[in-house]
Write a protein that binds this ligand. Structure first.
Ligand code: NAD
Length: 263
């Protein structure tokens, strides 16, 4: 007989950005299984709604809001909607992100529009969601923010905008942690390694199945554990940092990468 422990997020309200796909969807399902009521925010409304359906199918409670994390007024409305729908806000998982899809390469040919888009979502988005969510989290008595960095913040890769955005997230995590500690709000980040999601597969830009499998095979070969990560393995790290299990941890970036960075 397996004894079930207490749910790790019982009574908590969580806002998960980019919850319509990949790591954000896995986290929405996991956080809900651990007792949280989840607001799924995504710029793709159909994907966000699909996540909510999956949460409800497993007996959880969730709703979605269509918004872009890089639009301040949309984020403000999304936070207000979350509080109106669920009555409080305790956890913000800043997970939404975009990659360069092959265009974030040599600096001389990197378009300013791609730079602005990647920084706008991956870094400014974390700032805007924190800016608008923090007053609500304070009002709820405290909580936790989990940001999403990357191994690209820790080692040099062939991406400039993406790496700079994720490096910025690591440092924003520390400065937010310092400001918000007196308010009982912990702020940490996860730094995922290669993880099998639509982003990694370039799935939405029409990459063939063969191209995707070859890309994953190469990335698995670069990872000491010999495989890429599953979205739920990253979601579990976010759950840990969001939960009371990490009650004395703040300002930290937790690498979850199958050993990629240390090698
Ligand atoms: P994904 O593409 O599967 O999911 C990202 C989600 O974010 C999508 O649902 C997308 O619609 C949403 N999104 C994009 N722009 C948005 C915006 N402006 N506003 C709101 N939602 C928006 O990608 P994923 O791999 O699950 O990535 C999740 C996070 O993990 C990202 O921050 C990414 O940079 C990071 N990460 C991923 C990997 C990996 O290998 N997959 C590695 C390191 C870090």
């Amino acid at each position: 007989m397996q004894l079930a422990g207490p749910l790790q997020l019982a009574g908590k309200i969580a806002l998960i950005t980019g919850g319509g796909s990949g790591i954000g969807r896995a986290a929405s399902l996991l956080f809900a299984r651990e007792g949280a009521r989840v607001m799924v925010l995504d710029s793709d409304a159909a994907d966000a709604e699909a996540t909510v359906t999956l949460v409800k199918e497993q007996g959880g409670d969730a709703a979605f809001v269509h918004a872009s994390v890089s639009d301040s007024s949309q984020v403000q409305r999304a936070v207000a909607h979350t509080v109106q729908r669920f009555g409080a806000l305790h956890i913000l998982f800043n997970n939404a992100g975009v990659s360069g899809l092959g265009r974030d390469g040599a600096v001389a040919t990197l378009a300013e529009s791609d730079w602005d888009r990647i920084i706008g979502v991956n870094l400014t988005g974390v700032f805007l969601c924190s800016k608008h969510a923090v007053p609500a989290i304070k009002k709820s008595g405290g909580g936790a923010i989990v940001n999403t960095a990357s191994i690209a913040a820790q080692v040099a890769m062939h991406t400039h905008a993406y790496s700079a955005s994720k490096g910025g997230v690591v440092h924003l995590t520390m400065s937010l942690a310092k400001e918000l500690a007196p308010y009982n709000i912990r702020v940490n980040a996860i730094a995922p390694g290669y993880t099998d999601t639509p982003m990694l597969r370039h799935a939405k830009s029409g990459a063939t199945r063969e191209w995707q499998e070859e890309r994953l095979r190469i990335m698995a070969g670069q990872t000491p554990l010999g495989r890429v990560g599953h979205p739920h393995e990253i979601a579990r790290a976010a759950l840990y940092l969001a939960s009371d299990a990490a009650s004395f941890i703040t300002g930290h970036t937790l690498t979850v990468d199958g050993g990629f960075v240390f090698q």
